[in-house]
Every structure is written in C-alpha cells, then in structure tokens.
Design a protein around this ligand. Structure first.
Ligand SMILES: Cc1cc2nc3c(=O)[nH]c(=O)nc-3n(C[C@H](O)[C@H](O)[C@H](O)COP(=O)(O)OP(=O)(O)OC[C@H]3O[C@@H](n4cnc5c(N)ncnc54)[C@H](O)[C@@H]3O)c2cc1C
Length: 337
C-alpha cells in the first residue's frame, strides 16, 4: 500500500504501528488477528529498519545493518527456531557463543520483517510527524489521527505503537501535550546513540574468517556477508565493513568518497587483499543504542492507548527489539485489543 492509496478520509484501524523494523514488525505479527485491523507505517521504502538489506545491481543484496541476531533468551530462540523451520532464518553456527545462538535472515536480514508483515497493510515512504487526538461518539477513548511530515492525514487509529528509535519517537510524541510522560522517557534515552558508517566491498575468495573485529583502526568489524548460510557465493567474497563508532563520530560529516577511501585503505592494510568492487558508504545516524540502565522493556499508556517498543527499551540490540515487542504485545493482549 502506498501513501497515494490513502484517500481524503483516512481509513480507521484498531492499531497503527509506526516503524517496520524488528520491533514494529514483530508487534504487527503478534497482534495480527482476523477481527483486528492493523497497519504499519514506515518512512523508508521497505521494512527492516536497522536490520534491513541493501539491494545491489546484480540482483543480490547484503546486510548493511545488523549482520545477525544473537538469541540469548529462550523466548527469542523459540521465535527464531520457528522462522528457521519456515526457511525465513537460518542458524549461523560459526557465530554461536556459549550464551547465544546466531541467526540470519535468508536470503537477507530484511526477509524476517517482510515475513512478519506480509499480511499487514504496509504504508511506505511515509514519515509520521504528528499525532492528533479526536473525540468519538461511539468510543469514550476517542481515536488518533496520524499525520505525515507534510501535515497530511495518513490513517486514524484507536491504538498506536511507536516502534522507532528514541529520538524519532520523541519527535512524534512531542507533537501532542497529552504524551508528556512518554516523551520524557524517549527524551532521556536520546543521548545514548552511536553513529556508524558502513559499506560493502568485494575481494577474491579468501580464507579469512567470516567475522573479524579490529582495534586501533577506522574499522570496527568486517563481516563476510556471503559466508552466511543460504547466501549467494561465486568466485568472490563480499564483505560488509562497519566503521569504528568513535571514528564515525569524528568523520560524520565527511564526504562519502573520503570515507570510502579511508575504509578501503584500512581494509587493505589489515587483509592485504585487493578490493575488486565496492559500494557507497552508508551513514547510520542512529546505529546502536549504547546504554541500557533503568529502562523497562516497553512503555504502554492505557489512558492514551499508545505504546513504545524498540531496542532502546531493552538491551539495545536486535534481540532486545524482539523482546520489547513480545513484552508490549503481551501487555496489550492481556487487556483486550
Ligand atoms: C551497522 C549496524 C550494526 C549492528 N550490529 C548489530 C549486531 O551485531 N547485533 C545486534 O544485536 N544488533 C546490531 N545492530 C542493532 C540492531 O540493528 C538494532 O538493535 C535493531 O535492528 C533495532 O530494531 P528496532 O525495530 O528497535 O529499530 P529500527 O530497526 O531502527 O526500526 C525503526 C523503524 O522506524 C522507522 N521510523 C523511524 N521514524 C519514523 C517516522 N517518523 N515515521 C515512520 N517511520 C519511522 C525507521 O525507518 C525504521 O524502519 C546493528 C545496527 C547497525 C546500524
């Protein structure tokens, strides 16, 4: 569904979810019931958020965001085992640790969110900007009108989940004074984000390990994307290079060509492999949430019918985004949708 399908009287949903990353997409999946109308809205072209994938010219893709999900908790392991049976994810045993099992999306990370929202009305390319509360003769709690960044109405909804990073959630919450408590929660989390440059490149096939962590380099981590299970593999290796967050912060506004050259040089110095091809660096303004003290897994304001989910409310990682969605949807389902 695209924004142009939305007519002048915006459709009414029981639940609207803002953000189609891991948290929002799992909320959509877990709340989906035949008698509940639900939509999910994202500012991007597709789903996945920071666990999305970049489509390349040759029709393949690579994961420029989270390269895998480390499942430490039984709840997330069960969820990802179910997806593995459905061939939406696969184990990446080389990345298992004593505490965590590693899972990747197949054939790319964004397959996970796509699978979860396959049957949900998905409104893309729509940046939510404004929440407006309206009275309703048939429902004492009224409903919310969601407007985009051009102040155009998008949908009406009885309940809303905001599953966006804290600064983006705060921007939306700040448009309605009823939401001051949730806004405070999001605002308090805003200071704890890291930024990170990332890019892909290709070399001849080599026997370096699938993931290499570096110290004292502009590069933090190098991941062999084609080493992941069920990925394409021909006569070259495709790497995703994640820059060091401190280095990224220092060079956040540098031009992309300079960033690419600096990362390529660091890669060559480290591996002594010739780079055959590379993509443009991608700047993740909000890459990782680097603090997780004193937060609950989610927020739900029953008096306003608005909730918050996302990695920043739980663990600050991909698994945390899933746990947050599970906790919030359990809370909502426990008090009828
Ligand atoms: C380079 C990189 C490497 C990473 N590595 C790892 C790793 O090794 N392990 C790990 O566990 N995690 C890793 N992560 C973090 C992991 O990707 C995140 O923790 C997780 O994906 C967060 O999911 P989320 O649903 O909470 O948020 P997001 O994925 O950010 O989803 C939020 C969604 O909301 C949308 N949105 C925001 N504002 C609006 C708006 N106003 N209107 C409409 N839509 C909006 C966004 O477009 C996005 O799709 C990495 C992230 C990056 C960027």
């Amino acid at each position: 569904m695209s924004k142009s399908d939305v007519g002048s009287t915006p459709p009414m949903y029981d639940m609207a979810i803002i953000g189609a990353g891991l948290a929002g997409s799992l909320c959509a999946h877990l709340l989906s019931e035949p008698d509940i109308s639900l939509c999910i809205i994202d500012k991007s072209r597709g789903s996945g958020g920071r666990a999305s994938s970049k489509r390349l010219d040759d029709g393949t893709s690579c994961d420029l965001g989270a390269p895998f999900i480390h499942a430490k908790q039984e709840e997330t392991r069960n969820l990802l085992e179910t997806l593995t049976k459905q061939q939406v994810t696969a184990h990446w045993p080389q990345l298992n640790t004593n505490e965590a099992q590693a899972f990747v999306g197949t054939p790319k990370m964004s397959a996970i969110t796509r699978h979860w929202i396959a049957d949900t009305d998905f409104i893309t390319n729509t940046r939510v900007h404004h929440l407006e509360h309206h009275a309703d003769d048939h429902d004492e709690q009224g409903y919310w009108l969601i407007r985009d960044d051009k102040y155009q109405p998008v949908v009406r909804a009885k309940k809303i989940i905001i599953a966006a990073p804290a600064p983006q959630a705060a921007a939306i919450l700040s448009t309605n004074e009823r939401l001051a408590v949730l806004l405070l929660r999001a605002n308090q989390a805003c200071a704890h984000y890291q930024s990170q440059w990332a890019m892909w490149l290709e070399t001849d096939t080599c026997d370096l390990s699938a993931i290499i962590e570096l110290k004292d380099s502009p590069i933090k981590r190098m991941i062999k994307d084609n080493h992941k299970p069920m990925r394409h593999s021909d006569n070259h290796d495709r790497w995703v290079i994640q820059a060091n967050p401190a280095w990224s912060k220092q060079h956040l506004d540098a031009n992309k060509e300079w960033i690419a050259q600096a990362l390529l040089q660091a890669f060559s110095e480290e591996t002594e492999h010739r780079v055959l091809k590379h993509g443009e660096p991608h700047r993740w303004f909000l890459s990782r949430f680097a603090e997780n003290r004193g937060n609950n897994d989610f927020a739900w304001a029953p008096e306003h019918n608005i909730g918050l989910a996302g990695d920043w409310l739980c663990q600050g990682d991909a698994e945390g985004a899933l746990l947050s969605a599970i906790a919030l949807t359990n809370r909502i389902k426990g008090h009828d949708l």
